[in-house]
Design a protein around this ligand. Structure first.
Ligand code: THU
Length: 129
């Protein structure tokens, strides 16, 4: 799986975003170590704080099917926006080396960083041992 392919999957997924309040659709595509891809979109709610981000939808879908190891995640927004703090924390739970591809809706790679770089000094499962 090449990076542009994963970005493309996130672009397609973004079509299904439910973002009637912000009008800021987000698409994500998560590649697992086993080679599977789980997509996610942001899902907003009339009760605004209940909204769930695209990255976390993708991670939760994967984890709910037994996946625990992630190679990379592509996140697509109109302008190449960066993953929020909550999504960084959720990704950090499964490893700081997961690569995060941040792209715009035309497929341009705006930034490429590891979860560890996006969330320095992350609180991880090791802290509880
Ligand atoms: N959003 C995401 O899906 N992922 C992020 O990392 C940042 C924000 C969504 C939440 C909300 O539906 C919209 O973008 C505007 O904040």
């Amino acid at each position: 799986m090449q990076k542009p392919e994963l970005v493309q999957k996130a672009i397609y997924a973004r079509e299904y975003a439910y973002a009637p309040y912000s009008n800021y659709p987000v698409g994500a595509a998560l590649l697992t170590a086993s080679g599977k891809i789980y997509t996610g979109v942001n899902i907003e709610n009339a009760a605004y704080p209940v909204t769930m981000c695209a990255e976390r939808v993708a991670v939760f879908k994967a984890v709910s099917e037994g996946e625990r190891e992630f190679e990379m995640i592509a996140v697509v927004t109109e302008n190449g926006g960066s993953p929020c703090g909550s999504c960084r924390q959720v990704l950090a739970e499964y490893g700081l080396d997961t690569l995060v591809l941040i792209a715009d809706c035309h497929g341009n790679l705006v930034e490429e960083m590891t979860v560890g770089e996006l969330l320095p000094k992350a609180f991880t499962p090791k802290d509880l041992m």
